[in-house]
Ligand binder design. Structure first.
Ligand code: G6P
Ligand code: MG
Length: 212
């Protein structure tokens, strides 16, 4: 029996625009050019690595202490924005797919680089739905390293080769494959040549898994 590990941001709920607003505020305040194209590069990437990508456009160099402050500034705004998240922000087809997986006895987990994972799940009312949650607070290396998915598999007490990962980020598909898992790409991640499957809707995942 396969287990399914879902990425959170961009798969279960779309927080892209909230990350954008928060990073944009930090960047504007510091005179750093930042746009949606750069924001797209941050998908699946940890907060610290996201900042490094943003700072590539900066003429100034920042100390470790200053970087911590910039990340704190961004996260404070982001967390405030998360307060408006609600159950209806769950992406189309997700609740139905989760219900079908549960009915079929498939174990499900979250594997996300976000340190705000639990808050997000709580805001959208899915905090008790998953059999395991692995997030950014538990790992040393973020995607494309497989660590977060391996933690999820361990918590599910299943082997990596029995896990199917659903991801919207190219870095996440790389992480799944590096972890010896099956990788299903949705959205942006479809551009990854490493993906085992590419889907446009959650229901296509039910078909891939041969759910009743
Ligand atoms: C997810 C998002 C990234 C974000 C990362 C860290 O992977 O796709 O865009 O940078 O989480 O999020 P955090 O909530 O810990 O700042
Ligand atoms: Mg994502």
């Amino acid at each position: 029996m396969k287990s399914v590990i879902f990425d959170l941001d961009g798969v279960i709920v779309s927080t892209d625009d909230l990350h954008f607003q928060a990073w944009k505020s930090m960047a504007d305040r510091n005179g750093i050019p930042f746009d949606r194209q750069i924001n797209n590069l941050l998908r699946g990437v940890s907060r610290a690595e996201s900042l490094e990508i943003i700072l590539r456009k900066s003429e100034k160099s920042y100390s470790e202490q200053q970087k911590q402050e910039l990340m704190q500034y961004k996260n404070d705004i982001y967390v405030k924005l998360l307060d408006n998240l609600k159950h209806s922000d769950i992406l189309p087809g997700v609740v139905e797919l989760i219900n079908r997986l549960k009915k079929a006895g498939v174990k499900i987990a979250i594997g996300s680089s976000s340190k705000n994972t639990r808050k997000i799940l709580q805001k959208i009312g899915l905090e008790t739905v998953f059999d395991a949650i692995a997030d950014g607070t538990e790992i040393q290396h973020s995607k494309p390293d497989p660590e977060v998915f391996l933690v999820a598999a361990r918590k599910l007490e299943t082997k990596p080769e029995n896990c199917v990962v659903v991801e919207d980020a190219v870095a996440g598909i790389e992480a799944a494959k590096a972890g010896n898992m099956t990788a299903i790409a949705i959205g942006d991640a479809a551009s990854s040549s490493l993906a085992d499957y590419r889907v446009n809707t959650m229901m296509q995942i039910a078909e891939i898994l041969n759910l009743e």
